[in-house]
Design a protein around this ligand. Structure first.
Ligand code: 5GP
Length: 138
């Protein structure tokens, strides 16, 4: 299924390009939460982060801090959030992997709701067992 970001990558619709390399494209968000709000996408077309190849993941890891530095320089902010949503329940509107870099300055930026529980030992044990098994199967 083609998304708006496939179309931006394909040059069918324009964007304000911030950065590009063989694996990554970054451009300004069309509806910024704050001045400088930037989106970073892999050129590999996947809906969710966990579906990406190691190659794309490594390229994103390399590019993200550089692009964050550019966003800070351009916005004059010293604080920012990096947000990456996966799935409709997690607020993902565009079904194509993307990272938001959102400067936090003068009250503008990302609002966060945080409702923590307390981790108990039994839950931690169960989680680690399942996660270690999943990682061993990679
Ligand atoms: P999500 O909720 O999926 O994490 O965020 C999608 C983001 O894509 C939103 O912040 C939205 O403003 C941005 N967006 C949607 N359509 C376009 C577009 O056509 N161009 C650009 N530059 N950003 C877009």
């Amino acid at each position: 299924m083609s998304t708006i970001f496939d179309k931006i990558l394909g040059g069918e619709i324009p964007c304000h390009r911030v950065y590009e390399d063989d694996h990554v494209l970054a451009f300004l968000d069309i509806a910024p939460l704050s001045k400088g709000h930037t989106l970073v996408i892999p050129k590999e077309a996947k809906a969710h982060l966990h579906e990406l190849s190691d190659e794309s993941a490594a390229a994103l890891g390399r590019a993200l801090p550089r692009i964050c530095r550019a966003v800070l320089a351009a916005s004059g902010a010293s604080a920012y959030n990096v947000l990456q949503n996966n799935g409709v329940k997690a607020h993902q509107a565009v079904r194509y992997v993307h990272f938001h870099i959102v400067p936090k300055k003068s009250g503008r930026g990302l609002g966060i709701g945080w409702d923590p529980a307390i981790l108990d030992d039994e839950t931690a044990r169960e989680l680690l067992e399942a996660m270690h098994a999943a990682l061993a199967a990679e």
